[in-house]
Every structure is written in C-alpha cells, then in structure tokens.
Design a protein around this ligand. Structure first.
Ligand SMILES: C[S@@+](CC[C@H](N)C(=O)[O-])C[C@H]1O[C@@H](n2cnc3c(N)ncnc32)[C@H](O)[C@@H]1O
Length: 228
C-alpha cells in the first residue's frame, strides 16, 4: 500500500531539509538560487535570515496566504493518516514520527505565511509553473532546485512534461538538482532514465547522488545536471 493523492499537496520543507535533500554546501548557499515549486516551504525565508536572497516560483503564489493555509489544512489529516497506515514505507531518523512530521510541516507553513506578503512584494515569491519559466532570462541563476514535485508526481505529469520542464530549468540555471527520484508509490520514476538520456545527448553533465535525507524509504537520491 502507498500514499495516494488526488493532486499536488501544498506541503513545505525547511532550510535544514533542503540542505540535506540537495547536499547544499556553504558555498552553494551563497549562489543565486531559484526554487522551482517551493510552495509553502520555509527555505526562502530562512535563507533570507542568513542574508541570502532566493527566488521561489510556484503556481500556488497566485493564491492568498489564507487560501494556501486552507489548502494545507484540507489535506493534512488525510496525508498523516495515510502515513500512519503505511509504517513500512517511511524512515523516521529525521522527523522521528508522523505527528512530528505534521508539526514540522506546520512550522514551515507558519514561517512561510509570515513572510509571504513581504516576499511577494520583494519578488522572492513569484507565480510560475513548469514547464515554462516565463520571464526568466537564460542562465540567470547559478542553481535551480526542485523538491517534491518532479518525479514524485509521475502519475500526474507525463514524460514529455518532465523532459520539457528539466530542459527549461537548465535554460535558466547553470546547474539543477531534483529530489526525490521516487514516485508517491515509492517506485523509481520511469522518467529518470529518459531524462538522463535526454540530458546526456544534449551535452549536459548529469549524475545521481546519494543524500543524507530519507523519509520515503529508499528515497535518498538526488539528480543533478549542469552545463559542461
Ligand atoms: C509537495 S509541494 C513541495 C514544496 C517544496 N518544494 C518543498 O519541498 O517543501 C509541491 C509543490 O509543487 C507545486 N507545483 C504544482 N504544479 C507545478 C508546476 N507546474 N510547476 C512548478 N510547481 C508546481 C505545488 O503548488 C506545490 O507547492
């Protein structure tokens, strides 16, 4: 049995999670970073507190803070219930329990919401959706990150979408990192190999790296690619 979601859930992660998910070094944190599909993550505001300005893009940013909170609360009980019902699918070294996972997602949401209006005005939260990152210049970012959207929702978004989305991320950034490589059913996304082939045949350097973060059992790999 695995977690089933009808649509993409607005769950957000912290800076500490992003650091583990993407193997972000101190040097990486100083780069010009684009967060694609950042949703209600507290990554952006926590980076700001460290003096780093991140640009986050998400279709969700067309909504008000209240609407985003409502979307979160509409699904959180069901998701945590599904997690509790599938104990074999999860590793608790980071979050320690389903209830703490929920508390950590609520903490990220609260931090995000407090920063949201100011961040929108400052252009740190911008409406945008893959596969077209409209209004962004070629190679205008050092690093583009995509956490818990591409590959994870492979049932909802097809191979063509993934290929186009990842090429678009590499149009606007010198390097990209994507996590996880698993779907919601915990299978490795069938699109990973097609993406790697497409990237190699287009002359990009590409690889898969093991990372410290693992919540979905077996979900501890990140795909990176960069202009050579
Ligand atoms: C599970 S959340 C992950 C949020 C954040 N990246 C994190 O890991 O904490 C997935 C996010 O993908 C966003 N999303 C949905 N469709 C998208 C698209 N076409 N392009 C970019 N992001 C999208 C959703 O709005 C949602 O905020």
């Amino acid at each position: 049995m695995s977690v089933k979601l009808e649509s993409v859930v607005p769950f957000g992660r912290s800076l500490d999670e992003y650091q583990q998910i993407f193997n972000l070094s101190e040097d990486d944190l100083s780069k010009n970073i684009l967060g694609v599909g950042d949703g209600p993550a507290s990554f952006n505001v926590e980076m700001l507190k460290l003096g780093h300005v991140v640009t986050s893009l998400d279709p969700l940013y067309g909504r008000s803070a209240i609407e985003i909170e409502q979307q979160f609360h509409a699904v959180v009980d069901d998701v945590i219930q599904q997690v509790k019902a599938t104990p074999e699918n999860w590793v608790w070294t980071y979050h320690t329990s389903p209830d703490n996972l929920r508390a950590n997602r609520e903490k990220a949401l609260t931090r995000f919401v407090k920063d949201y209006e100011r961040g929108r005005q400052q252009g740190r939260y911008r409406i945008g959706a893959l596969p077209h990152l409209l209004g962004l210049e070629d190679r205008s970012f050092d690093l583009a990150l995509c956490s818990h959207f591409l590959f994870l929702y492979s049932e909802q978004f097809d191979c063509e979408f993934h290929l186009a989305a990842i090429q678009e991320m590499l149009r606007v950034a010198t390097e990209i990192r994507i996590f996880p490589l698993l779907t919601l059913s915990r299978d490795k996304s069938v699109y990973v190999e097609s993406v790697i082939q497409m990237l190699q045949s287009n002359g990009f350097e590409v690889g898969i790296q093991k990372v410290a973060y693992e919540l979905q059992r077996g979900g501890n790999q990140m795909l990176w690619a960069r202009h050579s």
